[in-house]
Design a protein around this ligand. Structure first.
Ligand code: RRO
Length: 309
């Protein structure tokens, strides 16, 4: 198998594949299983101040083209994750703490406390689409800048931002400028495509219960949106901002496409939930075979090298 190791903001990952925040990473058991798995890192569920049960079920639904979810931030609360982090670091791979919040003030509080627990990186989630009545912070550039400028001084490890998908170049430009002013060290792109609606025509119903059936779309169908966001931010930062690509990776060749667009690593959400932890071994073998067939020795060699016509 080819060496698929990678570096993000000075931190070395033994493999470029890891779980996406939210996928099989809520409980201590799940996080330890990621530690024992082929994943190149352990990413925690986005954490809030208080532990949360999340939204009522059914709140996740997998279909042929992907998934829809409205989990509603079920998590153990930041103090429990802070306690787990030293233990999780013993698995010998980076630990990424995903920080969320219900109000702006929560973010610096959680970031400071979790930073002190010593994760290798922190990912600030500006893009949860599923809290009733709360728009995604990432769609408000001024709120994003205010929040990131408060979080930045609390964090001594590399600080990344998990963004929602943007659908207009003007939005990539505005958010790119914000991130550049806030000392962001890496990007995770993209969170689920918010507020989609999946319909079961036989039952004539929605498929998840919260918010009348509206939820975040993931999996195969969102790959072109994810690739566009990876590429747009890669170009905005002229290849100098490390990017973790997320969205629509089902096979090794999908990860190769993310790398071509500019990703230095990739996260797996829907397909990890659907297939379980063995997905990492499969994807590593498949990406290795793609690189081998094309005569590449590493992902660094083709990162960002997408040809335009
Ligand atoms: O928990 C969720 O409902 C959730 C979150 Br915090 C997120 O960032 N993205 C998503 O698809 N679901």
């Amino acid at each position: 198998m080819m060496n698929l190791s990678t570096t993000i903001a000075g931190v070395t990952f033994p493999s470029c594949f890891m779980n996406a925040a939210g996928a099989l990473c809520v409980t201590q058991d799940e996080l330890e299983s990621l530690g024992r798995s082929g994943a190149g890192a352990i990413v925690t569920k986005s954490m809030t101040i208080e532990a949360r049960q999340g939204n009522p079920e059914p709140r996740y639904y997998g279909f042929l083209g992907g998934s829809i979810n409205s989990m509603g931030l079920p998590n153990l609360g930041y103090k429990a994750y802070a306690e787990l982090i030293p233990h999780l670091k013993r698995f010998g791979k980076p630990v990424i703490a995903s920080v969320a919040g219900l109000v702006e003030d929560d973010f610096p509080t959680i970031a400071e406390f979790i930073n002190a627990a010593g994760p290798d990186l922190i990912e600030v989630n500006l893009s949860c689409p599923n809290i009733p009545g709360k728009p995604q912070i990432g769609y408000d550039p001024e709120a994003s800048e205010r929040l990131l400028k408060r979080v930045r001084p609390k964090v001594t490890v590399p600080m990344g931002v998990k963004l929602p998908p943007y659908f207009d170049p003007a939005h990539h430009q505005v958010m790119g400028a914000v991130l550049g002013r806030c000392g962001v060290d890496f990007l995770s792109l993209i969170n689920s495509v918010g507020n989609g609606l999946v319909v079961d025509p036989e039952r004539e119903t929605v498929v998840i219960k919260p918010k009348g059936g509206f939820g975040g779309l993931g999996g195969r169908i969102i790959k072109p949106v994810a690739l566009a966001n990876v590429r747009a931010f890669y170009k905005f930062f002229e290849g100098k901002m490390p990017i973790i690509g997320t969205g629509g990776i089902v096979e090794g060749i999908d990860a190769f496409e993310h790398v071509l667009c500019g990703a230095s690593a990739v996260q797996i959400g829907t397909v990890l939930v659907e297939e379980g932890l063995d997905v990492f071994g499969r994807l590593e073998a498949e990406l290795s075979a793609v690189l081998m067939r094309k005569g590449y020795q590493s992902i660094q060699e083709c990162r960002g090298r997408l040809n335009e016509l």
